[in-house]
Write a protein that binds this ligand. Structure first.
Ligand SMILES: C[S@@+](CC[C@H](N)C(=O)[O-])C[C@H]1O[C@@H](n2cnc3c(N)ncnc32)[C@H](O)[C@@H]1O
Length: 217
């Protein structure tokens, strides 16, 4: 088992619904964005966890698929969000997930997942994502910004990327980074957003995230 999978398996094993039942505030933001574009029906959720965000979309009658690496998280997800189609696999290798062959999505949503990878990996994830979208297609991502208090903590891995917990590198995005990463998309909107997250036992925590809404022309 690679260290990344090990890290998430053990977190979901110990903490189960780590961030509670509520979806991220970005799911509502994404829903409004998708609605404005019209005709968004089929949505792919990357790093779907135990389903708190996919559930938000499936309850609003989107046709939702979720990709998640942790089998422990998926065990919770299939009960918490029985409507979504969950697939176990890595977003580092989306083409190897047979269920995704021949499907093209109207939209992709990824909450706090892209910043967990190194530069080359992020590039690959975004190329796969782009290829899985219809044209036109839409995407919403949230990522840790360079305004996060934890920036600089832990082992330096590469530019603006630190590993404070073994198996969990975090890249802290600058605004310029957003433009570099999403250069093949049309950036519709970005915003710096202070999101309050429920961390269960350790209470509430504020993250300084970039929200980004994109279009594949
Ligand atoms: C910060 S959590 C966010 C979870 C979910 N988006 C939510 O908000 O509830 C990151 C998620 O990405 C998953 N993940 C990490 N690496 C992955 C990979 N290579 N492929 C698919 N999922 C992955 C983790 O297991 C975890 O569920």
């Amino acid at each position: 088992m690679n260290t990344q999978k090990k890290y998430w398996e053990s977190r979901f094993q110990e903490e189960e619904k780590i961030w509670g039942n509520q979806s991220s505030q970005s799911a509502k933001w994404a829903h409004q964005f998708f609605q404005k574009r019209g005709n968004v029906k089929r949505v792919l959720v990357l790093g779907a966890g135990y389903g708190r965000n996919s559930r938000f979309f499936s309850q609003r009658k989107y046709d939702v698929s979720g990709i998640e690496i942790s089998t422990r998280a998926l065990k919770i997800a299939v009960r918490f969000d029985p409507v979504t189609n969950f697939y176990q696999g890595s977003i580092l290798d989306l083409p190897s997930i047979p269920e995704l062959n021949n499907i093209r999505f109207d939209a992709v949503y990824g909450f706090n997942v892209l910043h967990l990878f190194l530069k080359e990996e992020r590039k690959n994830i975004l190329t796969f994502t782009y290829n899985l979208l219809k044209s036109p297609g839409y995407a919403v991502f949230t990522v840790f910004s360079d305004k996060e208090e934890s920036i600089g903590k832990g082992k330096y891995v590469e530019y603006n990327t630190f590993e404070s917990k073994p198996g969990r590198p975090v890249h802290y995005f600058t605004e310029k980074d957003l433009h570099i990463h999403f250069k093949y998309f049309q950036i519709i909107e970005t915003k710096l957003y202070e999101e309050t997250e429920n961390h269960g036992r350790t209470g509430f925590h504020i993250h300084k995230l970039y929200y980004i809404a994109l279009k594949k022309p």
